[in-house]
Design a binder for this molecule. Structure first.
Ligand code: HEC
Ligand code: HEC
Ligand code: HEC
Ligand code: HEC
Length: 400
């Protein structure tokens, strides 16, 4: 870790004063100031027990090593296979750092995923946020000034999803995955749990509402990603838009593999978070029937798929809150059918079941649950066997 670079506090009011004037021309992202501007001891740099945020991030949070991953062994190998230098390529920096903000005077791309990538670019609020008047504002009022509201599950999910699912200019393509990039599977409770918290109110275990909010947000982001891929870009079909399991499964023949809507051989979308949301709630399943049945027939007009994905994303955002009561039982019923070979569950869907089991567990550290969860995790790292995984997933759900 590099030495901390604290901005002299004297500079702050000047920055705040000049930011609004340029804000019209300068895109918001250009106003990133870098982790160093948060790291002073009097600010978030560990001067007192209360002010440990920078230390926690710099020493224990994987985000502070996100840039280093690009130059590590796997990052270099992915780069070689794709013929790019990941430490300079916008398609990697967009998630492993702050994209193309290298021009910003005080932002260091090697900081990786630093404070402002979750909390919002500090150009507009860094000076103001130390004042008592600012501190008295509500999270919403602070957000109006550029400091992102992260107090609710929905808001938190939105902050993570741009990088953990994808957003404009930030997509993990099939070529990246084929070159060795991990496929992204996101679930809010699990990922919040895995972050060493630098905030006072840690996440409650077994937060099913947070899981459902995260699944909804991830599903909508995924549909917008499909829309982007189908609308733009020279490469089509972009395999990353579709269910991995549509192609990466063993050949059984007889047409029995056609799992969702459309005709045999159509490519279903990969909408795993929504698939699980629907499997756990009858009312939501009904609302999502059309969305989950969306497929693409190679050779068909891609614009139609883009339009279908865009309107499906709107539909997802209008979904009612899931009924947490029945989720565990319904998912178990569905998994029992998968185990018996009567229903199908793709790899991405099974990853989501694993993440859901975690969200449902009141104490994920309890020995029986941890053991069952690890067994499922291990099975998912081997060549995918959906019936074996379904059995292990049921065991994890039962062990909570
Ligand atoms: C959409 C955002 C996004 C893009 C674009 C992206 N990554 Fe990633 N990358 C991630 C996330 C998120 C993870 C962590 C995956 C997880 O554990 O869920 C990751 C993990 C990795 C890892 C593994 C780190 C480890 O030690 O486990 C490497 C290496 C990597 N990415 C390199 C790259 C390279 C090289 C590129 C450009 C070709 C790239 N990434 C593009 C989001 C992205
Ligand atoms: C600007 C992009 C970005 C944002 C925003 C972001 N992440 Fe990440 N996250 C990454 C990348 C890239 C990695 C992989 C880091 C590495 O190279 O090891 C990662 C890794 C992680 C990991 C470690 C994963 C593992 O397999 O161990 C967790 C947990 C995580 N992020 C949680 C979150 C949560 C929760 C949020 C929202 C509050 C969030 N992230 C927001 C880009 C981002
Ligand atoms: C991966 C996303 C992410 C990154 C990176 C990140 N934060 Fe946070 N931060 C959060 C979340 C989520 C919360 C909880 C928000 C809440 O409860 O209001 C939070 C809360 C905080 C709080 C409020 C503490 C409290 O107890 O309520 C401070 C201060 C803070 N972060 C500072 C920082 C600083 C400084 C950095 C960089 C060194 C940083 N954060 C990096 C996501 C992030
Ligand atoms: C439309 C079909 C199709 C879809 C959908 C698809 N792939 Fe592939 N994938 C291929 C083909 C073809 C190859 C190249 C042939 C090979 O190496 O086996 C490949 C190669 C790969 C490879 C490298 C070879 C290997 O098996 O390790 C990985 C990893 C991979 N895909 C992951 C994914 C992931 C993850 C998804 C879902 C997000 C996905 N693929 C979706 C067709 C597809």
């Amino acid at each position: 870790m590099r030495a901390m670079r604290a901005l002299p506090l004297l500079l702050l009011p000047a920055l705040a004063a000049c930011a609004p004037a340029g804000a019209q021309q300068v895109p918001e992202r250009d106003l990133f100031l870098g982790a160093g501007s948060c790291a002073a001891q009097a600010c978030h740099g560990g001067g007192t027990a209360e002010r440990q945020e920078y230390k926690v991030w710099a020493t224990r949070d994987r985000h502070s090593r996100a840039f280093a991953s690009l130059t590590g062994a796997l990052g270099r190998r992915i780069g070689e296979r794709l013929g790019i230098d990941p430490s300079k390529a916008a398609e990697c920096l967009s998630c492993h750092s702050a994209g193309d903000v290298r021009a910003a005077a005080t932002f260091d791309v090697a900081d990786g995923v630093s404070c402002e990538l979750c909390h919002g670019p500090a150009g507009r609020w860094l000076g103001a946020h130390v004042s008592p008047a600012f501190k008295a504002l509500s999270p919403r009022e602070k957000e109006a000034q550029g400091l992102r509201d992260l107090t609710t599950a929905g808001k938190r999910a939105a902050a993570c999803i741009d990088c953990h699912v994808g957003a404009e200019g930030r997509d993990v393509t099939h070529a990246m995955m084929a070159a060795g990039h991990p496929s992204l599977a996101f679930s809010l409770p699990r990922f919040l749990h895995d972050l060493p918290p630098h905030w006072k109110k840690p996440e409650a275990a077994g937060d099913l509402a947070a899981w459902a909010e995260g699944a909804k947000a991830a599903g909508a982001a995924r549909l917008r990603q499909v829309e982007r891929m189908a609308r733009g870009g020279a490469l089509w079909p972009e395999f990353g838009a579709f269910d991995c399991y549509a192609c990466h499964h063993e050949i059984k023949g007889g047409g029995a593999d056609a799992r969702r809507g459309g005709q045999p051989g159509d490519l279903p979308l990969d909408l795993a978070p929504l698939e699980i949301l629907a499997a756990g709630d009858a009312a939501i399943a009904k609302r999502l029937e059309g969305v989950l049945g969306t497929t693409y027939r190679p050779g068909a007009e891609r614009r139609k798929l883009a339009e279908a994905a865009a309107s499906a994303a709107e539909e997802v955002l209008r979904l009612p809150a899931a009924d947490p009561g029945g989720v565990g039982g319904r998912i178990d019923g569905w998994l029992a059918r998968v185990e018996a070979g009567e229903a199908r569950a793709g790899y991405a869907a099974m990853q989501q079941v694993k993440l859901l089991a975690f969200a449902l567990a009141p104490d994920p550290k309890a020995a029986a649950f941890a053991e069952a969860y690890a067994a499922l995790d291990e099975a998912l790292a081997r060549p995918y066997d959906e019936r074996a995984c379904a059995a292990l997933a049921r065991r994890a759900l039962a062990a909570r």
